[in-house]
Design a binder for this molecule. Structure first.
Ligand code: NAP
Length: 506
């Protein structure tokens, strides 16, 4: 903290994005930073989501920091293992002393004259020159407002706020949703329920899951020769990038996966009528593809009732479908996902003209390189607009953002700048390009609705290219795209605002 009580950097969120940035700041020799985390622990989405069966659908060797090897015991990591990994990273790299848990950001205001962010938190106020907002994309559970829900007398909760006090044994439950979360939850709760009414509005494409324990011999080999684990990481990474042409240009490249999914369905579901109800009518990968060997067997169990007609209303002790059939239930579980284009943090961050991100965006988040926003100086958004992937690890994208942000801080130091703000033209041109490219993708053309689309019908979520393209574009802070301003005191001393050369040589 400087003499005026201003931190160099404040980071909001202690998930992969916030922790990764904090670790790299320390490695860069920047110690004056705080990490604000509203949860009781670090871990972000992996702390918040504790539902039964919670697991990542990206292999462990890729879904981890490039700089922090881990002794994974499964090919695909379970939630508890990821959480332990993140806790371990926070400890190992010395981030915990910088971290304030149970500290929620309530408001952040850019004070232009003082060139700093003033933050209001649930634990008091503080000030920082640079704000890194890393709240996670899938952090705010979304629940549909079903008619009659207020009168429900049983227990109702969202999967992202799992009620561990309700052990469900012998109960009658309804679960709404059939996305990535539902597919993991259902096989894990179905055996102990008396009855499960599964409300599936749209069937997912499901392919076999090749998860398996990592053998003790391979783990030992990775310990002795970490280069081999890095090689495995590289091979997984490369294999996943081969999906990109199919996702972003020519969907014929996805037909093999579709054949695999159809064969998986045929193998597990003998009844043709049920198969028909479980066959998607949209292109594979339009919604996130699902890996599961347990979903089809679980939904054919005798205590499961698959309801495809939608929810009409909820009553005191029951749920009624659109055909008017009423089902008695004790527990109602929402596996209804998130609304990532409407993050509450966007209402709390106010930029140069006093307007919030939410007001500026009007429902359609936009940023330059998914990271910086015109009108919001000295702000880095992590996992910002159009950075989500359909095929690979978000940790790779977050590390690219970290590279970029650190280079921005270095550039500012070298140039003696106190403030950066992306030019509107650079931001607009970037977003036009991204939207043009998205128009050719499976997410926009695959004939499905998804959480990739915001309330204005714009895809504000997906990255439409190879991840290495994003890595290349964020390798260096591109100063010409920005207005860089010196410290206000310097400006006053010079009697005018100083302008910097549009490019800098290093
Ligand atoms: P989601 O993919 O958005 O799925 C929500 C489900 O709720 C959909 O089946 C949706 O049906 C249904 N739904 C929503 N409102 C409804 C309503 N009013 N009536 C009936 N059904 C309704 O959410 P999610 O499953 O939580 O997954 C979100 C994302 O989290 C995933 O795409 C993935 O990126 C991530 N995730 C990853 C993993 C993993 O790594 N394995 C696990 C879980 C989640 P429609 O399809 O008809 O809209």
């Amino acid at each position: 903290m400087n003499d005026a009580g201003v931190h160099e950097v404040a980071i909001v969120g202690a998930g992969f994005g916030g922790l990764g940035m904090a670790i790299r700041l320390k490695q860069e020799g920047i110690e004056d930073f705080v990490v604000l985390e509203r949860g009781d622990d670090v871990g972000g989405t992996w702390w918040a989501n504790s539902y039964p069966g919670c697991q990542c659908d990206i292999p462990s060797n890729l879904y981890s920091f490039s700089f922090a090897r881990h002794d994974w015991d499964r090919a695909y990591p379970m939630r508890d293992q990821i959480l332990e990994y993140l806790r371990d990273c926070a400890r190992r790299f010395g981030v915990l002393p910088h971290t304030r848990l149970r500290c929620e950001l309530l408001g952040a205001t850019w004070l232009a004259d003082e060139q700093r962010w003033e933050l209001e938190t649930s634990d008091g106020s503080l000030s920082a020159r640079v704000l890194v907002a890393a709240p996670g994309l899938l952090s705010e559970p979304w629940t549909p407002s079903l008619p009659g829900l207020d009168h429900f007398n049983g227990n109702a909760f969202h999967t992202a706020r799992w009620d561990h006090g309700d052990d469900l044994t012998g109960k009658r439950a309804a679960l709404i949703g059939s996305g990535a979360t539902a597919v993991q939850v259902v096989p894990n709760i179905q055996p102990r329920l008396a009855k499960l009414h599964l409300f599936q509005r749209t069937p997912p494409w499901v392919v076999p899951h090749f998860d398996h324990p990592v053998s003790p011999r391979l783990r030992e080999l990775y310990r002795r020769a970490p280069a081999l684990q890095r090689l495995s990481r590289g091979l997984i990474y490369a294999a996943r990038e081969t999906f990109v042409p199919g996702l972003t240009r020519d969907q014929r490249g996805l037909q093999l996966q579709k054949a695999l999914a159809r064969a998986h369905l045929r193998r597990h579901v003998p009844d043709p009528e049920l198969r028909r109800r479980l066959t998607p009518d949209y292109e594979i990968f339009c919604k996130r593809i699902i890996l599961s060997n347990e979903w089809y067997p679980a939904i054919q169990a005798p205590n499961v009732d698959l309801v495809s007609s939608g929810v009409r209303e909820v009553r005191e002790h029951s749920i009624v479908d659109n055909d008017g059939i009423e089902r008695e239930i004790d527990t109602l579980i929402f596996a209804t996902g998130f609304r990532p284009a409407e993050l509450p943090i966007a209402e709390r961050i106010r930029g140069r003209d006093g307007r919030s991100l939410a007001e500026v965006w009007g429902g359609s988040p936009q940023a330059y390189l998914g990271t910086t926003v015109c009108g919001f100086p000295n702000l880095f958004l992590f996992y910002g607009p159009n950075l989500n992937l359909g095929h690979s690890s978000i940790v790779y994208m977050l590390e690219s953002q970290t590279n970029y942000s650190l280079d921005a801080l270095r550039t500012m130091r070298e140039l003696g700048a106190a403030e950066f703000e992306v030019h509107a033209e650079a931001q607009d041109a970037y977003n036009e390009e991204i939207q043009e490219r998205l128009a050719r993708t499976v997410w926009n053309n695959g004939g499905c609705g998804s959480w990739y689309f915001d309330r204005n019908g714009r895809n504000s979520i997906q990255w439409p290219g190879f991840t290495f393209e994003y890595r290349r574009r964020t390798r260096r802070f591109d100063a010409p795209a920005y207005g860089l301003r010196p410290a206000a005191t310097l400006r006053a001393a010079n009697g005018a605002s100083r302008s910097y050369p549009s490019a800098h040589a290093r």
